[in-house]
Write a protein that binds this ligand. Structure first.
Ligand SMILES: Cc1cc2nc3c(=O)[nH]c(=O)nc-3n(C[C@H](O)[C@H](O)[C@H](O)COP(=O)(O)OP(=O)(O)OC[C@H]3O[C@@H](n4cnc5c(N)ncnc54)[C@H](O)[C@@H]3O)c2cc1C
Length: 396
């Protein structure tokens, strides 16, 4: 829908061909099974949605999305300890993926030159020409009556997600298939939805709206993301990394929460009612189809952030280039740096509101070096083990 919105400024009509029927309520649909898991809408993503679809933020808030200031409302446990709480001025909205998608859909449907063709599956590309091949449309299959037909178009964009069959379609037309770069950290998600009763009183010192346990070390191979979403609900994803797949049985899932190095998640869950089964997913492979190598290079930052974490582990499948190793080393220094300006800059880059290169500005590098030396001499760096680490977020 974002691609359609961009194109709608340049062409007469955009048609979105979707194999599912979009649900009328904020509900799941088969084409996006990942909707059952946490979807962190970063600050930059929020800005871009608002730019493409004015009124997005207001509509999301009206539907119950939770406004969160990164750094201030988020309790994050890293392997070296809890992050310091500080204002960043960067706002995110926390909501379920179905709410995010249905809000975009509602605003997209209001655009006069975008139309939708639902329950229609693209099965091939159509092209003409010998020396140069021009795409003239797509073959489509109706999921209602099983009929096939050609849908003519001047310009075709493949937005069919991680399981796109574009490579196969290009091969059928005897066209070059872009190189594939895959990074597979063999991660798995187990997610469960909870409801918090309105009258439920939490201890007043529990200041956080979001909890992340970003451990992902060989000793503690998991990340926990616990988000508030619309309608007093919370979404908990237990993400096992590097083949340490998380439990998907309800009892084992609950038992695993009680064994985490901080009791915070278990204590919160104890005060809530589970409203879903545990949903498992192992479809977390990162794939970069290098279409940009056909023409001009694109920015690498989102890919680096998505792939570099996984590439820290020896069993991860993927290319550990020198730049990835350097980035991982430097990112650890940034994350453990107690300097406030460095923390804000890292937050800006992680939320994609500043470019990656800004992490390498001289004033940031010098602060990281000074802070690292100071931490070493003072020996104040907290350890990853539960002996040296606070159990609950600071202030609680
Ligand atoms: C477990 C998990 C957790 C995630 N968490 C986050 C997160 O926290 N934050 C974040 O930003 N991202 C997250 N993501 C990634 C995010 O879900 C995807 O990046 C995003 O959905 C990709 O959008 P897309 O439009 O390319 O594809 P999709 O959202 O997958 O949409 C593809 C669409 O194409 C349709 N389609 C497919 N094939 C055809 C066909 N042949 N004909 C017609 N229609 C077709 C599908 O039905 C679907 O509607 C997560 C992904 C997973 C798997």
């Amino acid at each position: 829908m974002c691609a359609a919105r961009v194109l709608s400024d340049f062409v007469d009509t955009v048609t979105i061909i979707e194999r599912d029927a979009y649900p009328s309520a904020h509900d799941f649909r088969p084409g996006v099974p990942q909707a059952r898991h946490v979807h962190n809408l970063l600050a930059r993503g929020l800005r871009e949605f608002e730019r493409f679809f004015p009124g997005f933020e207001r509509r999301m808030r009206e539907c119950g999305a939770v406004a969160v200031e990164t750094g201030w409302d988020v309790a994050t446990l890293w392997p070296h300890g809890w992050s310091q709480r500080s204002h960043t001025g960067l706002w995110q909205l926390y909501a379920s993926r179905p709410l995010i998608e249905s809000t975009v859909l509602e605003l997209c449907r209001g655009l006069p030159n975008i139309t939708f063709l639902e329950r229609t599956e693209v099965t091939a590309l159509r092209a003409v020409g010998e020396t140069y091949r021009y795409c003239t449309g797509v073959e489509v299959l109706s999921r209602d009556d099983g009929t096939t037909r050609t849908f003519d178009a001047d310009f075709v964009v493949d937005a069919s997600g991680a399981h796109s069959r574009a490579a196969e379609w290009l091969q059928q037309l005897e066209l070059e298939v872009p190189e594939d770069e895959i990074v597979d950290g063999y991660n798995g998600y187990s997610s469960r939805w909870f409801r918090q009763e309105r009258e439920q009183a939490w201890p007043p010192e529990w200041w956080w709206k979001v909890v992340f346990l970003r451990l992902a070390t060989p000793e503690q191979p998991y990340v926990i993301a616990f988000f508030p979403i619309e309608h007093q609900r919370w979404l908990l994803s237990y993400i096992g990394v590097n083949k340490a797949y998380p439990p998907s049985h309800e009892d084992q899932f609950t038992a695993a929460l009680a064994k985490l190095p901080s009791p915070v998640v278990h204590e919160m869950v104890r005060r809530m009612e589970p409203i879903s089964p545990v949903y498992p997913s192992r479809a977390t492979r990162n794939r970069w189809r290098h279409y940009e190598r056909w023409r001009k290079p694109l920015g690498r930052s989102p890919w680096l952030f998505a792939a570099a974490d996984d590439l820290r582990f020896p069993t991860t499948l993927g290319n550990r280039s020198a730049s990835v190793r350097l980035f991982n080393w430097y990112r650890l220094k940034l994350a453990t740096c107690s300097n406030k300006r460095v923390g804000t800059r890292l937050s800006d880059v992680t939320q994609f509101v500043r470019p990656l290169s800004s992490l390498f500005a001289p004033q940031i590098i010098s602060r990281v070096v000074v802070a690292t030396m100071w931490q070493k001499t003072q020996q104040v760096r907290q350890q990853a083990s539960s002996h040296g680490m606070r159990l609950m977020p600071p202030g609680a």
